[in-house]
Ligand binder design. Structure first.
Ligand SMILES: NC(=O)c1ccc[n+]([C@@H]2O[C@H](COP(=O)([O-])OP(=O)(O)OC[C@H]3O[C@@H](n4cnc5c(N)ncnc54)[C@H](O)[C@@H]3O)[C@@H](O)[C@H]2O)c1
Length: 451
């Protein structure tokens, strides 16, 4: 309910009101009135959750009031951090996400849980009327992604994906150069991703079966995935290197650099790959970390554009590279370069004892900027809260995240079957390959199922 300052004063003037009205309650000090606050619950306090919530707690009018994690140690850290920032002891501590979703005082949720949990939690959130900031990739499989999209659209929820690169100007300007035809007709796109495995949790040597720690609900952590013995090196942060719970470097990064590739290719609302083939180097299935360490896939889009997705291949640089008939653009975190000197600025930068030249992006002049991609003046988290208020589409809505991750899922299926996969981007089905189609989903361990 919105109460303007004038209405608030009018409505209260007839009451025996204390002479001092706290300014913060009516917005005079620049803070948002309590009735205008967007409340948030945080689910998952591992590597990404704290950063996301840190940013949300700095968005005016966003108030984090609840935290949920099934590891008691992480839940405690979450509650402490949130209470510290809020200057109170009010943050609710919740172990089971279903309890959080059922709360009527929570408007929005931030989801930063391992990929094997994305679908169940996001769908529960959507059905309970929460607006959702959810992490990339949209889910562990294409079928789960489709189920999330349905739930979000049916329940008319606002969704922002954690593909925050879209909120950075160097990526946007790169995509705008392509969308405005400034490198000519697009021919080829490179999506360069990391290779190997990164020991994010420092648990590479913890590869023995042990009892799970008392603070962690192991049965719940495995959730819908196949039950396996507890091996510490496979759990927090490093779950992404085990196909039972994650999708390796390929799926960990596809929602970043392929998301940017699609922005430039104008694939957010339609179009997509029609065939894809790929190969990868896989450790033994039984290895603690069994996801592909090196991989390469080539997709043909319905537009005729060729996309190469690769990790660990020296000819494909990290980030996104668009190649047109008249030039190219390359973007990555902290990196921008393009073939046409008119669209970049050269700056000098100190590297050790040396001064080196470096290209950075610059805004296109208005006359070349016929297609204007969305800017993000309030940041990725701010854009979500803005859209929760306005009900407008965010920078990375659920359908965009779905499309951005599909080439990664298809590449993995092609690598696993060793076959060329044909894809119908409109129907979202694999054509004429039953075995490959089965890999679009996965069996859920009882009692978990997608409702
Ligand atoms: N946008 C980015 O740049 C970025 C960066 C890193 C990770 N991520 C994404 O964030 C998500 C989380 O990754 P992470 O590295 O933080 O993982 P993590 O393992 O470090 O943290 C996940 C947390 O979720 C908790 N959890 C697991 N299942 C749960 C459940 N059912 N209910 C409540 N809590 C549960 C775990 O106990 C853990 O604290 C992934 O989807 C990942 O791809 C995004």
């Amino acid at each position: 309910m919105k109460t303007s300052r004038r209405n608030f004063l009018k409505a209260t003037s007839a009451l025996a009101f204390p002479t001092i009205i706290p300014a913060s309650a009516i917005g005079a000090d620049g803070t948002v009135a309590p009735s205008n606050r967007i409340t948030m619950g945080a689910v998952g306090w591992g590597m990404q959750g704290p950063g996301n919530i840190g940013a949300f707690m700095n968005v005016p009018g966003c108030q984090v009031i609840a935290a949920c994690d099934l590891d008691k140690r992480h839940l405690e850290q979450a509650v402490n951090a949130i209470d510290n920032k809020n200057g109170n002891k009010d943050c609710a501590a919740i172990k089971d996400y279903r309890e959080l979703m059922a709360r009527k005082d929570v408007d929005t949720v931030m989801l930063a849980v391992p990929d094997h949990w994305h679908a169940l939690i996001a769908i529960e959130a959507a059905k309970n009327g929460k607006d959702i900031y959810g992490e990339k990739p949209l889910a562990r499989t294409i079928r789960e992604q489709q189920a999330i999209v349905r739930a979000v659209l049916e329940n008319k929820r606002v969704w922002q994906t954690g593909s925050w690169q879209r909120s950075n100007d160097n990526f946007r300007v790169g995509a705008e150069i392509v969308r405005n035809g400034l490198i000519g007709k697009l021919k080829e796109v490179h999506v360069g991703l990391p290779s190997g495995h990164a020991d994010f949790a420092g648990t590479a040597s913890k590869n023995q079966v042990t009892p799970p720690p008392a603070e962690l609900d192991w049965e719940m952590w495995i959730g819908p995935s196949t039950m396996e013995d507890y091996i510490e090196g496979r759990v927090h942060k490093n779950w992404r290197w085990n196909y039972n719970t994650g999708g390796g470097q390929l799926l960990d990064w596809i929602g970043h650099h392929c998301d940017i590739a699609h922005w430039g290719m104008d694939c957010d609302k339609g179009g997509g790959p029609v065939e894809i083939e790929g190969s990868g180097e896989f450790p033994a299935k039984t290895a603690m970390w069994n996801t592909a360490t090196k991989y390469r896939a080539e997709a043909k889009y319905d537009s005729g554009v060729k996309m190469i997705i690769a990790g660990g291949h020296g000819d494909i640089r990290g980030g996104t590279r668009w190649i047109g008939e008249e030039g190219w653009v390359q973007v990555d975190r902290g990196f921008f370069d393009c073939s046409n000197p008119a669209y970049k600025k050269i700056i000098k930068e100190r590297r050790g004892d040396q001064i080196a030249e470096k290209a950075i992006h610059q805004e296109l002049p208005d006359d070349l900027r016929k297609v204007q991609l969305m800017k993000s003046p309030t940041g990725h988290q701010g854009n979500f809260i803005d859209c929760v208020r306005s009900r407008a589409e965010t920078l990375t809505p659920v359908t965009t995240a779905h499309r951005s991750a599909i080439p990664g899922h298809l590449a993995l299926i092609a690598m696993m079957t060793g076959r060329k996969i044909k894809w119908d981007p409109a129907k979202e089905e694999i054509i004429g390959d039953e075995e490959a189609s089965k890999l679009m989903g996965r069996e859920y361990r009882a009692p978990w199922k997608i409702a």
